[in-house]
Design a binder for this molecule. Structure first.
Ligand code: GDP
Ligand code: MG
Length: 711
C-alpha cells in the first residue's frame, strides 16, 4: 500500500482552477481559511483507480513573488507542504501570459503537470496549440482540457498520479536573465552556497534570484542571520546598482523580461494562429531579424559593418598607442646605460606589453559593438539564428550562448564560454560544446590577428577578420560534428531559445560594459602578460654568448668601417646571441615540425608562450624583434617590423593566424575544461585535438598556397 498522493492546483485567476477542482472532486470538498490570512483554502478528494487523491486548490496568482497575500500563501504552501505534484491550470487562449506562472513554478522546481485548459476558447479564436510540442519543450506532461465540461479530467488525474508515483525530485529550471543579471545571480548564489544556513530544499540560485528581485520575504529570512545578511545584502545592492546603471532598469523587470523571452521562444514553436496575431514592435522586428533568409543576411551585414567600424575607428588611436610605446622605449633607452636592466625594461616590458596594450583601442571598439548587440537584445536573435545552424552540426541550442561568449563574433573569452555550457543538460552535447568553444575567436586572439592583418593585409582589414570569423565557425562546427558522430554520439534534446524584448541601449550602459571588458584586457596585459613577457625575455636573453665568441664579435664591431657596416655586424651579433639563448635553441629545435608551415623559430617561441595566453604571441614577437633591434633610430611598431622582415609574407601570416585560431586552448581554458568535465582526460584531449587540427590546416594552407604560387 502506498501513501496518499497530494496534488496542488495552481494557476492565474480565471484560468479555470475552481472548475478543474470541482470536476475532479465533485462534492467531496471543504472550504476554510489559511491561518492568519483571509485567503480561502479549499481541499477535496478525487478518486483514481479506486484510490483517494487529495486535491488542494491554491489561491489564484499571476506570479510567485511575495507581492500579494495570495502569492505568498501559494508559494509558502508549495515550499512548506511540498505537494507531490503541482497541476498548473493554464488558460490556453491566453497562453503567453499564463505561462509566466508556469515558468516560475519550474524555476522553483516543483514536479509539474500542465493542465492546458480552455482549449475550446482557444480554438474558437483560431489558436491551435501543439500540446505535445509544448510538453517536449517544457519537459513536463501537458494535458489539454475543457474543465467546464469535465473534458480531459481523467487524463489529467492520471498524468498527475503517474508523476507523483515516480517520486519526482525538485528540479529547478535555470534560464538566462542576460549577462549582467546572470553574473550577479552567480555571485549572490556563491555566497548563499557558502553560508552555513540551511535553506531547506531551495536552491541557492533560486534564493539568489529572489534576493535580486527584491523579494521582501526571502530578504527577511536572510536577515535572520546577521552574518549572512552582512555579506549578502551589500553584494545584492551593488549588483542591483550595476544593473540599474547599465540597463537603466531594476533587476526584477529585467528578470521578468527574460522569463517572457523564454516564453516567447516557446509559444513561437507551439502556437499557430489562423488569424493575424497582435504584434508589438519586438514581434515585428523579429519577423525580419529572425527570418530564415533575411535573418542571416542581416547578421552578416551587421558583422561586416562592425568589423569595418572597429578597424576604422581604432586606426588612429592604435597608431597613437604604438607610437607612444616606440617613443617610450626610445626614451628609456636614452636614460639607462646599456645592460641587462635596460634590455629588460625596453625589450621585456615595453616591447612585450606595449605590443599588447597597443591594441587596447581596437579591443575597446570591438567590445563597444558587442555591447550594442547584447544590450539591445539582438544577441539573443543571433543565438536564435545560429541555433538552426548548430543543430545540423549536432550541437544544442544552448551551445550558442557558450560559443558567443567564447568569441563567436570575435572578442570574448573561452573560460566563461566553457562555463556557459553548464546550461546544457545532455552530457554529450555539453562536452561537444565545451570542446568547440576554444575554436572561437576570443579577445586574446584578436590582437594577434590585428597585428598580422595590419602588417600583411592592411588594405583588407575588415574582410580578413570577417573571413577569420567564418573560418572559426566552419572549423568549430565541423570539429563538433566529428565528435558528435564518433566519440560523442547521441540524440538531440529539445530546447527553448529565449527571445527577450528589444530595448534601446543607453550610452551609459554601453560605456560601462565596454569599460569593464577593456579594463580586463588591460589588467591582464599589466599582470599575467607582463609576467610571461619577462619570462620570455629571460629565455631569449640567457645564456649569453660564450666569452670567446662575444669577444670575436666585439672585435669585428670595432673594426667595422663606418656606421652602416657597424650596424650590419651588430645585427649579426644580435642574431647569433638570440640563437644561442634557451628560447633560441628551443625555437630552432621546433623548426623540424614548423618548417613545413613556414613558421620561423621566433614564431615557435611565441606559440609556445601563447599557451599561457594568446596575447603572449604578440608580446613575445615584440620582445624577440625588439631584442634583435640594433639601431634605435629605426625603432618602429611591431607590425611595421614584421612587414619589413624578409622571412615573413602574407601566406605565412595567414597560416600562422589559422594555427593560432585553433591550436591548444590557453592554460586558463584548459584548467576550466578540466574543472567542468571533472578530470584531465578531456582537457588533454582538447589540447591534442586542437593542436593536431591546427597543424594539419596550417600545413594545408601554407603548402597549398605555395603550390598556387602565393608567398
Ligand atoms: P478560477 O478563477 O481559476 O478558479 O476559474 P474558474 O474555474 O472560476 O473559471 C472561470 C470561468 O471560466 C468560469 O466562468 C468557468 O465556467 C469558465 N471555464 C473554466 N474552464 C473552462 C473551459 O475549459 N472552457 C470554457 N469555455 N470555460 C471555462
Ligand atoms: Mg477559483
Amino acid at each position: 500500500m502506498s501513501r496518499q498522493v497530494t496534488i496542488a492546483l495552481s494557476g492565474n485567476p480565471n484560468a479555470g482552477k475552481t472548475s478543474v477542482f470541482n470536476a475532479l472532486t465533485g462534492a467531496r470538498q471543504h472550504v476554510g481559511n489559511y491561518p492568519g490570512v483571509t485567503v480561502e483554502y479549499k481541499e477535496g478528494l478525487a478518486h483514481h483507480q479506486g484510490r483517494a487523491v487529495r486535491v488542494v486548490d491554491l489561491p489564484g496568482t499571476y506570479s510567485l513573488t511575495a507581492y500579494s497575500p495570495e502569492e505568498l500563501v501559494a508559494r509558502n504552501y508549495l515550499i512548506g507542504q511540498r505537494p507531490d505534484v503541482v497541476v498548473n491550470v493554464v488558460d490556453a487562449s491566453n497562453l503567453e501570459r499564463n505561462l509566466y506562472l508556469a515558468v516560475q513554478l519550474m524555476e522553483l522546481g516543483v514536479p509539474l503537470v500542465i493542465c492546458l485548459n480552455m482549449v475550446d476558447v482557444a480554438e474558437s479564436r483560431g489558436l491551435k496549440i501543439d500540446a505535445g510540442k509544448l510538453s517536449q519543450l517544457l519537459g513536463v506532461p501537458v494535458v489539454p482540457t475543457v474543465a467546464r465540461q469535465s473534458q480531459g479530467m481523467n487524463q489529467l488525474l492520471a498524468a498527475a498520479v503517474e508523476l507523483a508515483q515516480s517520486d519526482p525530485e525538485w528540479r529547478p529550471l535555470n534560464i538566462s536573465y542576460g549577462g549582467d543579471v546572470d553574473q550577479g545571480v552567480a555571485e549572490v548564489a556563491a555566497i548563499l552556497q557558502g553560508s552555513q544556513e540551511r535553506h531547506g530544499l531551495l536552491s541557492a540560485r533560486w534564493l539568489a534570484v529572489k534576493c535580486l528581485e527584491g523579494d521582501q520575504e526571502v530578504i527577511e529570512r536572510v536577515e535572520e542571520s546577521p552574518e549572512l545578511a552582512g555579506k549578502l545584502l551589500p553584494v545584492c545592492r551593488r549588483v542591483a546598482g550595476h544593473i540599474k546603471s547599465t540597463m537603466d532598469d531594476d533587476p526584477d523587470s529585467i528578470i521578468a523580461d527574460y522569463r517572457y523571452g523564454y516564453i516567447a521562444g516557446i509559444t513561437r514553436q507551439v502556437v499557430s494562429s489562423e488569424r493575424e496575431a497582435r504584434m508589438d514592435l519586438s514581434d515585428k522586428l523579429d519577423r525580419v531579424l529572425t527570418h530564415r533568409l533575411m535573418g542571416p543576411l542581416f547578421l552578416f551585414s551587421v558583422l561586416y559593418a562592425i568589423y569595418n567600424f572597429v578597424f576604422w575607428a581604432s586606426e588612429v588611436p592604435v597608431v597613437w598607442f604604438e607610437e607612444f610605446f616606440v617613443w617610450l622605449g626610445g626614451a628609456v633607452e636614452g636614460l639607462l646605460p646599456p645592460g641587462v636592466l635596460r634590455s629588460l625594461i625596453v625589450s621585456g616590458v615595453i616591447g612585450g606589453v606595449g605590443g599588447v596594450l597597443g591594441f587596447a583601442p581596437l579591443i575597446a571598439f570591438m567590445f563597444f559593438a558587442i555591447a550594442i548587440m547584447e544590450d539591445s537584445g539582438y544577441m539573443a536573435r543571433v543565438a536564435y539564428i545560429m541555433d538552426r545552424v548548430l543543430r545540423m552540426f549536432g550541437l544544442h541550442g544552448n551551445s550558442v550562448m557558450a560559443l558567443m561568449v567564447g568569441g563567436g563574433i570575435s572578442g570574448g573569452c573561452a573560460v566563461p564560454g566553457v562555463m556557459a555550457a553548464r546550461t546544457l543538460k545532455d552530457p554529450k552535447a555539453r562536452l561537444a560544446t565545451i570542446l568547440t568553444v576554444p575554436f572561437m575567436n576570443c579577445g586574446a586572439k584578436l590582437p594577434v590577428y590585428s597585428l598580422l592583418i595590419a602588417a600583411f593585409f592592411a588594405h583588407r582589414q575588415a574582410e580578413m577578420l570577417f573571413l577569420l570569423t567564418l573560418i572559426s565557425w566552419g572549423l568549430g562546427l565541423s570539429a563538433a560534428k566529428l565528435l558528435r558522430i564518433t566519440l560523442l554520439k547521441g540524440q538531440q534534446a529539445p530546447f527553448v531559445m529565449e527571445l527577450p524584448p528589444y530595448r534601446a541601449p543607453t550610452m551609459k550602459g554601453l560605456l560601462i560594459h565596454t569599460w569593464e571588458r577593456t579594463w580586463q584586457y588591460v589588467k591582464k596585459a599589466g599582470t599575467m602578460i607582463l609576467g610571461v613577457s619577462v619570462l620570455m625575455w629571460a629565455a631569449m636573453s640567457f645564456p649569453g654568448l660564450p666569452h670567446e665568441q662575444e669577444a670575436a664579435w666585439q672585435k669585428r664591431i670595432q673594426a667595422a668601417p663606418g656606421d652602416a657596416a657597424r650596424l650590419d655586424v651588430e645585427a649579426g651579433r644580435a642574431r647569433d646571441q638570440l640563437a644561442h639563448t634557451l628560447a633560441g635553441r628551443a625555437g630552432r629545435a621546433l623548426t623540424v615540425f614548423t618548417d613545413p608551415l613556414g613558421f620561423d623559430w621566433r614564431a615557435n617561441v611565441a606559440l609556445v608562450g601563447g599557451f599561457a595566453a594568446k596575447e603572449v604571441i604578440v608580446s613575445t614577437l615584440g620582445v624577440a624583434y625588439s631584442l634583435g633591434e640594433v639601431n634605435p633610430e629605426e625603432a618602429q611598431s611591431l607590425s611595421k617590423r614584421l612587414a619589413a622582415e624578409p622571412g615573413w609574407n602574407p601566406l605565412k601570416a595567414f597560416a600562422l593566424m589559422i594555427f593560432v585560431m585553433i591550436y591548444a586552448p590557453c592554460l586558463a581554458t584548459v584548467v576550466m575544461i578540466r574543472k567542468e568535465t571533472g578530470g584531465w582526460r578531456w582537457a588533454l584531449f582538447s589540447v591534442l585535438y586542437n593542436t593536431i587540427i591546427a597543424y594539419l590546416l596550417a600545413l594545408a594552407v601554407y603548402q597549398g598556397g605555395r603550390a598556387l604560387g602565393l608567398g
